[in-house]
Design a protein around this ligand. Structure first.
Ligand SMILES: Cc1cc2nc3c(=O)[nH]c(=O)nc-3n(C[C@H](O)[C@H](O)[C@H](O)COP(=O)(O)OP(=O)(O)OC[C@H]3O[C@@H](n4cnc5c(N)ncnc54)[C@H](O)[C@@H]3O)c2cc1C
Length: 461
């Protein structure tokens, strides 16, 4: 007879640990099984370490631009050891915080590799033997793994995944990044600021596929100014590690020789592990299929996070975790993907939320759009960050905000005011008439909403 809980959560990433805490808050007894570090990819090899390093890059960039701000700063340069130490400190601190939250909320943390045998039956290889857990419900939150085509010679040394790059934290003299999505662009920006010669190869027509085209163009032009060689519409045919370098051959025969190659082609849901293949769960396009309550095709087993595909984002995983946990506790919470902010933490930052113009065109929704350039923002100009824009899209029939794009300073924060309007179905006029403090970046959101009615005061657009 194993240990008994109301709920067993498999995987301690931002999906699983958030689900465990919420279920415990609602009175369930919860076991959380994790085979590696609490916090999952996001905290240990994803969101947090990359943003910590990008902050270092932003500080270095500011130091190099100091003269523009009337300051003299000599000799600013990266020190890989110090960069790594700061990244590790931040990750360790947050990981400790996560563990302490779980423990204080009464979640039982079980360390080991879980295999789900069926609804309510989970066995864990702990290293000291097998522990059987029984529970009324199971939430699968086992995440994803990097997409590494078998023809690419990934060795963790010269040819990296993002995890290799973060674990080693070596600043190469040159690097070729395969994949111009958010992760590829963030790494490209980091290495470029740190002094590496960077090439980005993207198979599709533009970097940041799926993102607003004018925002993607803005980032591409910022990369070009920074000396990053951006190659859209380029397909990699082969990668050959040689002594001291890697030669990447592109379709058409072009060869690019760099010290390292980073594979940033996306991730695939971890449908092969945790006993999932034996559970008979319905899968589609390599992801576990769930309904809007996060329940799989097998009763008593929910799945959340990267494992279920769609938006492979930490905050989506967390929301799905909350829905699954509240369902387990008997609440009637439903998942909605109406308001999902998407951010690329590049320089300039690119963020969007809600509907895209392309999606509106496909769905036959007529939009009315307001745009405000940061060049006309007092705060952005004072900060020396005048590139970019805010764009708000509203339903032409009633003016309700359906989506928006922010490309420029503070985009990752500003997008949330638009997100709130999308979620609460606010008319753009409501955002426009709310008094915004001056001088601030959110004034640009207000002005973009005013621009929908041709009434932006500070811009001629
Ligand atoms: C470089 C990079 C940067 C990123 N940056 C961002 C960002 O800025 N913002 C953002 O929103 N998203 C970002 N992401 C994506 C984000 O990390 C993921 O969407 C998020 O981690 C998914 O959470 P999850 O809980 O579904 O899975 P994970 O975080 O992958 O967690 C799954 C956990 O399950 C555990 N596990 C798996 N199998 C078992 C088993 N059998 N037994 C026990 N434990 C198991 C794993 O060890 C892991 O800890 C980034 C990803 C990468 C790679």
């Amino acid at each position: 007879m194993g240990k008994r809980y109301d709920l067993t959560v498999v995987g301690g990433g931002p999906g699983g640990y958030v689900a465990a805490i919420r279920a415990s808050q609602l009175g369930l007894s919860v076991a959380l099984v994790e085979r590696e570090d609490l916090g999952g990819v996001c905290l240990n090899w994803g969101c947090i370490p990359t943003k910590t390093l990008l902050k270092s890059a932003a500080v270095l960039d500011a130091a190099r631009r100091a003269e523009e701000f009337g300051l003299v700063v000599d000799g600013a340069r990266p020190d890989p050891e110090l960069l790594r130490a700061r990244k590790d400190r931040v990750v360790t601190r947050l990981r400790g915080g996560t563990e302490s939250l779980l423990t204080k909320r009464g979640v039982e943390i079980v360390r080991g590799v879980a295999t789900v045998a069926g609804p309510g039956a989970v066995s864990v290889e702990t290293g000291d033997g097998t522990l059987d857990l029984e529970s009324s419900r199971v939430i699968l939150a086992t995440g994803s793994s990097p997409l590494v085509p078998s023809v690419f010679p990934h060795d963790g040394d010269r040819v990296w995944t993002s995890r290799d790059a973060l674990d080693g934290l070596h600043i190469p003299e040159s690097i070729l990044v395969i994949g111009g999505g958010a992760v590829g662009c963030e790494f490209a920006g980091f290495y470029s600021t740190m002094g590496a010669r960077v090439t980005i190869v993207e198979m599709l027509d533009e970097i940041l596929p799926g993102e607003d085209p004018s925002a993607a163009r803005l980032l591409r032009s910022a990369f070009r100014k920074a000396g990053v060689d951006v190659r859209p519409k380029s397909r990699v045919e082969g990668i050959e590690p040689r002594s001291g370098s890697v030669v990447t051959t592109l379709e058409g025969g072009d060869e690019v020789e760099t010290e390292r190659v980073l594979l940033a082609m996306g991730r695939r849901p971890a449908v092969d592990g945790a006993g999932i293949p034996g559970l008979g769960l319905r899968t589609e396009r390599g992801a576990v299929v769930v309904d809007e309550t996060m329940e799989t095709s097998v009763s008593g087993i929910a799945a959340i996070g990267d494992l279920v595909g769609g938006w492979l984002l930490a905050h989506v995983a967390s929301r799905e975790g909350i829905v699954a946990a509240e369902r387990a506790a008997g609440r009637d919470t439903m998942m909605s993907y109406r308001t999902v902010p998407r951010v690329t933490f590049s320089h300039p930052e690119i963020a969007s939320v809600g509907i895209t113009e392309q999606q509106a065109a496909e769905e036959g929704i007529e939009l009315t759009t307001g745009r405000f350039p940061f060049a006309a923002s007092g705060k952005a100009t004072a900060e020396g960050e005048g590139a970019g824009f805010v764009k708000v899209m509203a339903d032409a029939s009633d003016g309700v905000v359906l989506g928006g794009v922010v490309a420029g300073p503070g985009a990752s924060e500003l997008v949330h005011e638009i997100a709130l309007a999308v979620e609460a179905r606010l008319p753009a006029e409501t955002v426009a008439r709310m008094i915004h403090a001056h001088p601030t970046l959110p004034e640009a959101v207000m002005e973009a909403c005013e621009a929908i009615h041709g009434l932006s005061v500070h811009s001629l657009t």
